[in-house]
Design a protein. Structure first.
Lengths: 395, 105
């Protein structure tokens, strides 16, 4: 029964928190704000990461690019046959994609070419687009655009078509035949999907060239082996496997510098200011209180228990309040202001919803970095005072 | 138990309950991940359109440490999103260590 919570002590601790009301309210406020800021940023970064992870499996097994003088350049289609000859390669698909700078709005669109709008994928396109007519798309050989692209073009009075300026100064007029659903905004916001024939025309690319190759492999365990063979065959190629992409997604955020370093440093300093205030010795008032408690017969054990309750209630209440607020702020309000940190300067801002990802580990780290340290910083000085003689403390 | 203690305990309990309700509500919501997967299968390109101010942030998995130097070796990063996103490490080439030597006087 010894471990049972002593409710009289609990009562005393709560009343003691309220007795030093203004100071404790301030600590509660700063503590809550600190944990709120930290967990909100970590929630946003976790969500972005989880969004990437949901689509990881759909990415190509191997992507082959060609480098010259450290820059990626176009691939000659003549390489396809030699790549196909490698044992285990199921298919090699040349890709035509790139960026189109729309100077009027100062944005970069990602233009992606696909072979053709084939009938067998009719359902797929209808599923991905709102209010969409596949036959019209096929007839016009038009394009499908992301919500962001549509909005930007509309602002420049391009309602249902867009004139791409070709490298030779000519224009290519392409009809907008569909807009990707808002659900896929995080993936599709800046994408323009059209046939690779049109994409080549816009980029001024040769017919016997592609931007890069996607290699499909029959047996996933052979991927590293085939990647090695491709590098040996064409030493100027940059081979990116699905495994590499997964690693790249894992290291999306640089927790050791940049924003996160700034955040952690600020948090740590604020937190240690609170701790310093607590640990640098307690006020004479509190000392006298401990002295009186000892004089009326409290044991050191009781005093420490009381102090533990006090610190735990204050820090845990701050922690749960902050967690509740940041969940609401990030997932219900969609993190206004803080989200902009992750978007940067882009004019093509996606108004996306953050997917929910509750990472237990992150919360545990925040908990263990704040609550126990605060409790320790309260108990240790109290123990120092409580272990002195009562009359010496009260004097 | 005093009124204040009851108030504090109730406050903590209510907040914990609210967190659980928020978590449950958010996790049962349909995330439409099938559409997203279909889209990525169609486009076959990695990374998110969350920040497209520069190519090495928009498609960072297909770039490497030196992508920033593709225009000029003296160009420094000037986009705020590079402050948040890490460079892609898949090519395992560390940032170059070329340093400008001090001139002897």
């Amino acid at each position: 029964m010894q471990n049972k919570i002593n409710r009289f002590l609990l009562d005393f601790s709560v009343l003691s928190i309220f007795r030093r009301g203004s100071k404790n309210i301030f600590i509660f406020f700063v503590f809550t704000l600190l944990i709120f800021l930290l967990s909100s940023i970590l929630f946003i970064s976790n969500s972005i990461k989880s969004e990437l992870d949901t689509t990881l499996n759909e990415l190509p097994d191997i992507t082959v690019q060609r480098l010259q003088a450290g820059r990626a350049i176009n691939m000659p289609l003549s390489r396809v046959d030699r790549l196909l000859a490698i044992e285990g390669v199921k298919a090699v698909i040349p890709r035509v994609w790139g960026y189109y700078y729309f100077a009027n709005a100062g944005v970069n669109f990602s233009v992606v070419g696909i072979d053709s709008f084939e009938d067998q994928y009719r359902d797929l396109y209808s599923k991905l687009c709102d209010k969409f007519d596949f036959d019209r798309l096929k007839k016009d050989s038009g394009m499908l655009v992301g919500v962001g692209v549509k909005k930007i073009l509309q602002n420049s009075f391009y309602g249902d078509y867009f004139n791409f300026v070709k490298p030779d100064g000519g224009l290519t007029k392409i009809k907008i035949d569909g807009v990707f659903k808002g659900d896929t905004k995080l993936e599709s916001n800046d994408i323009i999907l059209l046939t690779s024939q049109k994409a080549r025309e816009i980029f001024g690319m040769n017919k016997n060239e592609a931007v890069d190759f996607v290699v499909k492999v029959a047996n996933p365990t052979e991927i590293p082996n085939i990647a090695r063979k491709i590098t040996t065959l064409y030493p100027d190629s940059r081979v990116v496997t699905k495994e590499d992409l997964s690693i790249s997604y894992q290291n999306l955020f640089d927790y050791k510098s940049g924003l996160f370093l700034a955040l952690f440093v600020i948090s740590a300093f604020t937190f240690f200011m609170i701790i310093y205030d607590k640990a640098s010795g307690i006020s004479s008032d509190e000392k006298r209180e401990i002295g009186i408690l000892k004089a009326v017969g409290w044991k050191i054990d009781d005093i420490l228990k009381e102090k533990f309750y006090e610190a735990f209630i204050l820090s845990f209440a701050s922690f749960v309040t902050a967690l509740c607020l940041s969940l609401f702020y990030v997932y219900f309000l969609n993190a206004p202001l803080l989200k902009n940190i992750f978007i940067g300067y882009s004019t093509l801002k996606p108004a996306f919803d953050l997917p929910f990802a509750f990472d237990f580990q992150t919360n545990a780290i925040i908990f263990f970095l704040t609550v126990p340290i605060y409790i320790a910083a309260t108990i240790i000085p109290s123990w120092r005072v409580a272990s002195m003689d009562a009359d010496e403390v009260m004097r | 138990m005093s009124f204040k203690t009851k108030f504090v305990l109730l406050f903590i309990l209510a907040t914990v309950l609210l967190i659980s309700i928020e978590t449950i509500y958010l996790s049962v919501q349909d995330k439409n991940s099938i559409d997203k997967r279909l889209f990525v299968r169609l486009v076959t390109l990695p990374d998110l359109a969350i920040s497209n101010e520069t190519h090495y942030v928009r498609h960072r998995s297909l770039s490497d440490t030196f992508s920033i130097f593709s225009n000029s070796p003296t160009l420094s990063e000037n986009f705020p999103s590079t402050f948040v996103y890490n460079y892609s490490e898949i090519q395992k080439n560390l940032p170059s260590r070329i340093e400008v030597a001090k001139q002897d006087k």
